[in-house]
Structure formats: structure tokens, C-alpha cells
Ligand binder design. Structure first.
Ligand code: GLU
Length: 485
């Protein structure tokens, strides 16, 4: 038995906006399958709509794919550069009789459509130009009369075995004789796509569900051009958490927006991979790119729409943040700490070990890189801000809290070393001597040291702060509590 030929896949975005998360998901699935099977992942920029295509969009597509790590094989194909082939393919179908010239003007067609609508009938082109005598067609062509080329849809039905949905069948009577070449000899979308997919040797077309109605037309074109059909797979739509099609209303929908919000590319890829695909069974949702490639299979493609939940993306980001090597995390955080005025590059370089330990500590409670920066203040500043809720809750009785903090400070000052185990032993002994639970010492202490109600483990916090700053901060808290009594 010979191994199956690896597929040639492509991502074919129209550069009319930024790289949308739906497009990125389509690109990712094609890429994963190519990398899994040893196939080829091609990129084609569908820039035939000159009025709507922009260089900025093309750049955003390249940047978005590159940020996600979805590299493409072979040269990028620009659809607009293939105009001559689109015309030649159309001419071939004209010669074989698969398409015919249509001289109906758009005004005439609009009028007929409106008349049909007034009669409450669905409008479908009535093939009147297909019935013109050949001599008349010749005469009108020679006279330079503008015309389009229309595909003559044969009787019967068009079906394919969709990779996601199984067999899909369209009765051909529901498909009108569609235009493939406009009167200015530019191709219509379906024709350009088929001509390019054939030329690029694409063997599997995987794209969004919104293209299902284009597929029967494209299959008819393949047949008319005598080309081998690729397989088709239509990926389910992506909805917002309200069940509606994902749109700007749901917040950021451009991949670049998430990049700027501090989402890690590996978290974005992981999140997108699970929109419409599942490895099946019990599985760990947090996967690296390598694990995704390993697990990916078209058998796991889901039929129903998936939900884009930004909260889940943030959670996923937190998971990847905590798995990132510290060397990779550091360059993401450092510029933000500097911009926040918390540290200088020299300061961080001078105490690199301490800084890495702090990063490791702060990332545990972080979903975004910004969360790390937000929690970092107490470790860099001489004075801290006290969170009103934390103060109200943990320093409710200043007259009780203040002497406990004073005793805590004295106990810590007397420790022989500044290690978590030593601190814990001494403070637990203090709690016992004072006849209170550990929480009565640790919670007010947390507020004293960080100003916050939640923080990393209290002993780790004290190590990160160092003895002098810890003792000073407790003394500051005592002074403040003295004014509150
Ligand atoms: N250019 C089309 C789009 O952006 C995709 C074409 C295709 O995948 O066949 O929706």
C-alpha cells in the first residue's frame, strides 16, 4: 500500500479588512493539517476586488499569520496577477460551450428582478441570451457590444462529501446561470478561486461555512474545466457568547487587537484551535503548537457553531503565561515596567535573579502581562497604595490589628535568616502565643505589605520585598493604623 499523497491546502483571504479571528481560525486549521500530514500550506491573497482591497490589509494578514507562527510554503499568490489565466480558462469554457455570452444589461436585469419580486417569484436568469442565434451573437460581438460570460448550469444535482458535514447535495435547478467574467473581462469570485485552486494544485479546500453555497458552482466549474475535484470541508461559524455571529459588537475581532492586548500568540492559537475542533475524549485544553499538530485530525472537526468567549481566551493566556520560560516572559514585561515608571532597565539587569523570582511569583495570579505589571508596584515602590476594600476587611479593628502587626514586626526583625520556613515557624508560634489563628496575623500583614487583599504567598512576598522593606512597611502600617483608631 502506498501512503496517501499529502494534501495541498491554502488560506485565501480577501485583503479588505484586518485578519479576523474567523479567518485566522481557517488559516490555523489548514496549517495544522499541512504540518500534521507533511502537506503544503499555501497563501493566496484574493485582491481582485480592487476597490476594497488595500495594502494595509495585506500587510495585516502577513503580520497576523506571522505573529501566530503560521508560516506558509511557497511564494504568496496574488490573485490579481492571474488575470490572464482567469480569462484563458473562461475562453476555454466558451469554446467548449460550457459558458455563453450574455448581453443583458444590469439595468434590464434589475428591472426583471423587480418585476419577479412584484409577482412574488424568486428571480433567476431566464437564459434568454443562451437562445440567441449564433449569427446574432457574432454580430453583436463584432459590433463591440458589452457582454458577460455566464455558466450554463446543467440539469441534475451537484453533491460532494464534505469533510465536516458529510454529503451535501444541491439541486442544479436552484443554481442560476451564474456570471464568471464581467463585461470588463474581470473574473467573478467563484471563477477566479477555481482557476487559482487548479493552478496551485490545491487538493483540499477548507474554509468557512459561509462558502457552502459557492461550492456547487465551483464544482461545476472544475468539471467544465476537466480538472480533478479537490475535497471540500466547511468549518462552522464562530459566534459571540450571545449566540450571534461574531462581529465588532462583541469586542475585538481582529487578531492584531489581541496581540496589542497582551495575549500570547501560543494562547491565541490554542484558543482558536478549539473553536470548531476537539481532539476528543478527555483532553488537556492547554496545548502547545507541537501538541496541537500532533493531536490535529479532520475527524475532530465539529459541525456546530463554536463560541468565542474572551474570558476563556484570557484564562488560556494565563495558562500559557505560567508555562512560558522566564527568559521569554521577561522581555514582554520589562518594557511595561519601565513605561509604568516602576523600574529602569539597569535596575532590572542589576538584580536579574530577584527580578526573575518576582516574575515567577506574580505570573501565577495573572491572565495578561498587564496583570503582572499591575501587581508589581509594591515590590518596586517605597510607598504603597492601600486598597479600600482590603483595609475595610482586614484592618477592621485597628486597636487589635496594630499591636499584632507590631509583634509580627519584632518577631521578623529577630529572625536569624530571611527564609520562608523560618518566617512561617516564627509567625505560627506568635499566633499561638497571642491566642489567635494564623489568618489574624497573615491577612492584616498582607495588606500592610502589598496594600492588597490578595497576593502571592505571604512568605514569598516577604522574600521578594527583603527584610528592610518588609519591616519598614509594617511600621508604616502601624503608623497609619494609629491614625484610624
Ligand atoms: N477570499 C474568500 C474570503 O475571504 C475565501 C475564498 C475561499 O476560501 O475559497 O472569504
Amino acid at each position: 500500500m502506498t501512503a496517501p499523497t499529502p494534501p495541498r491546502l491554502r488560506f485565501a483571504p480577501s485583503p479588505t479588512g484586518y485578519l479576523h479571528v474567523g479567518g485566522a481560525r481557517t488559516a490555523l486549521f489548514n496549517w495544522l493539517l499541512a504540518r500534521k500530514t507533511g502537506g503544503t500550506f499555501l497563501l493566496r491573497i484574493e485582491d481582485t476586488d480592487k476597490a476594497r482591497s488595500t495594502d494595509d490589509s495585506t500587510r495585516a494578514i502577513f503580520e497576523g499569520l506571522t505573529w501566530l507562527g503560521l508560516d506558509w510554503d511557497e511564494e504568496v499568490v496574488f490573485q490579481g496577477a492571474n488575470l490572464e489565466r482567469h480569462r484563458a480558462d473562461a475562453a476555454r469554457m466558451l469554446a467548449s460551450g460550457a459558458v455563453y455570452r450574455c448581453f443583458c444589461t444590469s439595468e434590464e436585469l434589475t428591472k426583471r428582478r423587480e418585476e419577479a419580486e412584484a409577482r412574488k417569484e424568486a428571480f433567476k436568469y431566464d437564459r434568454r441570451c443562451d437562445l440567441l442565434p449564433p449569427a446574432e451573437v457574432q454580430r453583436r460581438v463584432s459590433a463591440g457590444e458589452p457582454h458577460v460570460l455566464r455558466f450554463r448550469v446543467p440539469a441534475g444535482e451537484t453533491a460532494w462529501d464534505d469533510l465536516v458535514h458529510g454529503v451535501i447535495t444541491f439541486p442544479n435547478k436552484d443554481i442560476e446561470d451564474f456570471v464568471i467574467l464581467r463585461s470588463d473581462a474581470t473574473p467573478i469570485y467563484n471563477h477566479a478561486v477555481v482557476s487559482d485552486d487548479i493552478a496551485m494544485g490545491v487538493t483540499l479546500v477548507m474554509r468557512g461555512d459561509d462558502h457552502i453555497s459557492n461550492t456547487p458552482k465551483q464544482i461545476l466549474l472544475y468539471q467544465a474545466l476537466g480538472a480533478t475535484l479537490p475535497r471540500f470541508g466547511h468549518l462552522p461559524m464562530i459566534h459571540g457568547t450571545d449566540g450571534k455571529k461574531l462581529s465588532k459588537r462583541h469586542g475585538a475581532t481582529a487578531v492584531g487587537d489581541y496581540q496589542h492586548l497582551g495575549i500570547l500568540p501560543q494562547a491565541m492559537v490554542n484558543f482558536l484551535a478549539l473553536l470548531g475542533w476537539s481532539p476528543g475524549g478527555d483532553f488537556d485544553e492547554v496545548m502547545s503548537l507541537e501538541q496541537l499538530i500532533e493531536a490535529f485530525s479532520t475527524d475532530g472537526l465539529l459541525r456546530k457553531a463554536s463560541v468565542f468567549d474572551p474570558k476563556k481566551l484570557e484564562w488560556m493566556n494565563g495558562q500559557h503565561l505560567s508555562r512560558l520560560p522566564l527568559e521569554a516572559l521577561e522581555p514582554r514585561v520589562t518594557p511595561l515596567l519601565i513605561a509604568a515608571g516602576l523600574a529602569t532597565a539597569d535596575d532590572l539587569a542589576a538584580r536579574r535573579d530577584w527580578y526573575f523570582t518576582l516574575l515567577d511569583l506574580l505570573r501565577v495570579r495573572s491572565r495578561l502581562v498587564d496583570d503582572i505589571v499591575r501587581q508589581a508596584g509594591p515590590y518596586f515602590r517605597d510607598t504603597i497604595e492601600y486598597d479600600a476594600d482590603a483595609v475595610a476587611k482586614q484592618w477592621k479593628e485597628p486597636a487589635v490589628v496594630r499591636p499584632l502587626l507590631a509583634a509580627t514586626r519584632e518577631t521578623l526583625a529577630a529572625l536569624p535568616d530571611w527564609a520562608p520556613a523560618t518566617m512561617e515557624e516564627a509567625l505560627r508560634a506568635l499566633a499561638e502565643a497571642q491566642g489567635v489563628g494564623g489568618g489574624k496575623i497573615f491577612q492584616p500583614l498582607r495588606v500592610a505589605l502589598t496594600g492588597l487583599g490578595v497576593s502571592p504567598g505571604i512568605f514569598d512576598v516577604m522574600v521578594a520585598l527583603g527584610r528592610a522593606r518588609t519591616l519598614q512597611r509594617i511600621a508604616d502600617a502601624e503608623a497609619l493604623l494609629g491614625t484610624m483608631g
